[in-house]
Design a protein around this ligand. Structure first.
Ligand code: 4AD
Ligand code: MG
Length: 477
């Protein structure tokens, strides 16, 4: 007999049909009711066992976490709480699970504890829901771009260019660390390394994405990126996934429209296709909120926040306008910011971003036209000589979720900016070639995938929305 996924069984009309289901035991009550879960959905199938029909030794092995194959007839449930149940006629133990040592007993575990057993946490309701939603988000992103004529471009993971300046990089090498070949001045000689030069893990696929966009018009990348910054925060990972669309013949406004459209599409999609898992995470958050003092509770619950994002236009304003708002804000005047906002030109800290989004506008915000000094070399310079055509999207509870810009397509201006920022133009000849040969206005952005998953699932720590988080001091599993 073929296995039927629990998800399918739970949406089937029970009429006594014979079926086989395989899954893991979530609970076994009164030597009679097995809750069986196979991860295809949140719900369990209730398997009813007539213990007189089974060997006692076999039933003893039906423990939490054990893998079973059960067969029987699907009938309308006698009890409340489920529509159907499986009247069990045979049980095969596929894998035992010793309750004496199994760490995941059916009780409430803290997220911190579950992070330490990340290899097992998939088996909890919370992480099952998160990772099913994570999949649907990835799928929705591909759907969005595919339906709009974008081509999925695979940017390299190992790169020899380190010009992006987005963050510290991890070196990729096969040199013997104890005894590397050395140059005349005693430095490791990377010309003798695997690639014949120094190589790193990519921090962004953008520069390669631009090369493709200047031929295919509309591309996006969706891949892992790596940053060796020592950021121990609930929003940073050393390995995270990024979506980077790049569009030829586009300016900053169309870039913002694209990013806002993408976020709304994906959130709207998840609201409709992940109803059960979202409701579970929603209820979980509601319970957690109850344990907090009134003034620390969020104003909107998870489902309200998601709907709000889909239904409202994001606020768009310039960095300069934002600085004015922040300078005159109550927390700034009362010295409540850790980094007081004084002069134009300073970078915004996450406390400032969150003030704008959560307190001032109470909406997602797109900030544009940042000072050129605090942004990357490739951003298009504005007429004022001081700012660049950059945009960051800030989300409640998250801060920056998207960073992007219109790109500098004018060769001379780009070369001048690279010189000012000490970026070696010779090594970047391939990038500059796009400006030499048929350059055109173009724009793009990077969306942090885990930050989006974090927002949609309502979790508080980015380490809980990627299966195996990498951060300073941790590369377990
Ligand atoms: O703002 P960032 O550094 O932009 C770039 O890398 C550009 N090349 C993107 C582009 O224009 N194509 O990163 C983009 C986004 C951020 O807004 C944030 O959501 C996410 O990537 N991000 C991180 N997510 C998790 N952990 C980290 N350490 C992150 N750093 C950035
Ligand atoms: Mg950024």
């Amino acid at each position: 007999m073929q296995r039927i996924p629990v998800k399918e069984v739970l949406s089937t009309d029970p009429s006594g049909q014979q079926i086989t289901v395989m899954g893991w035991v979530r609970s076994f009550r009164s030597n009679r009711f097995i809750a069986l879960n196979d991860g295809s959905c949140l719900g369990n199938l209730q398997v009813v066992v007539d213990f007189e029909q089974f060997d006692e030794a076999l039933l003893k092995r039906v423990t939490v976490g054990a893998a079973l194959s059960v067969s029987g007839s699907l009938v309308p449930s006698q009890g409340s709480g489920q529509r159907q149940e499986l009247q069990c006629s045979s049980i095969e133990i596929l894998g035992d699970c010793d309750p004496g040592v199994y760490p995941l007993q059916p009780k409430k575990h803290s997220l911190e504890f579950l992070r330490q057993i990340a290899h097992l946490r998939f088996r909890t309701n919370t992480f099952g829901a998160i990772f099913r939603i994570r999949h649907q988000i990835a799928f929705a992103i591909h759907e969005f771009f595919h339906n709009r004529g974008f081509y999925y471009m695979h940017s390299p993971i190992i790169t020899a260019s380190d010009a992006e300046g987005a963050g510290e990089m991890f070196r990729v090498t096969t040199l013997d660390l104890h005894n590397p070949p050395r140059t005349e001045n005693g430095q490791p000689d990377f010309s003798q390394d695997f690639f014949g030069r120094s190589a790193h893990l990519t921090v962004s696929g953008q520069l390669e994405g631009e090369l493709a966009a200047l031929a295919l018009s509309k591309i996006y990348t969706f891949g892992p990126t790596f940053r060796a910054e020592n950021s121990n925060t609930p929003r940073h990972l050393a390995e995270f996934w990024m979506i980077e669309p790049e569009v030829a013949f586009a300016d900053l406004n169309s870039n913002m429209d694209l990013a806002e459209g993408l976020l709304k599409f994906v959130i709207g999609k998840i609201l409709s296709v992940c109803e059960e898992d979202l409701k579970f995470l929603h209820d979980r958050e509601v319970e957690e909120e109850k344990t907090k003092p009134q003034n620390e509770r969020s104003e909107m619950n998870l489902l309200e926040r998601l709907r709000f994002c889909v239904d409202h236009d994001f606020v768009r304003l310039s960095y300069t306008e934002a600085i004015d708002i922040l300078r005159n804000s109550n927390p700034n005047k009362k010295g409540k910011f850790q980094f007081p906002v004084e002069k134009w030109g300073t970078d915004l800290q996450s406390e400032h971003e969150r003030y704008l989004v959560e307190k001032h506008f109470k909406k997602p915000v797109i900030l544009t036209d940042y000072p050129k000094e605090i942004k990357a070399f490739y951003m298009r310079q504005n007429e004022d000589g001081k700012t660049v055509a950059a945009m960051d999207i800030l989300f409640p509870g998250i801060g920056e979720i998207v960073g992007g810009s219109q790109r500098e397509e004018r060769l001379e201006l780009l070369e001048r900016r690279m010189e000012e920022m000490h970026i070696p133009a010779e090594e970047m000849y391939w990038y500059l070639d796009t400006r030499r040969f048929g350059s055109c206005p173009h724009a793009g952005f990077g969306l942090g995938f885990e930050r989006l998953v974090l927002f949609i699932t309502g979790m508080n720590n980015i380490r809980d929305v990627i299966p195996f988080p990498r951060f300073p001091g941790n590369a377990e599993f």
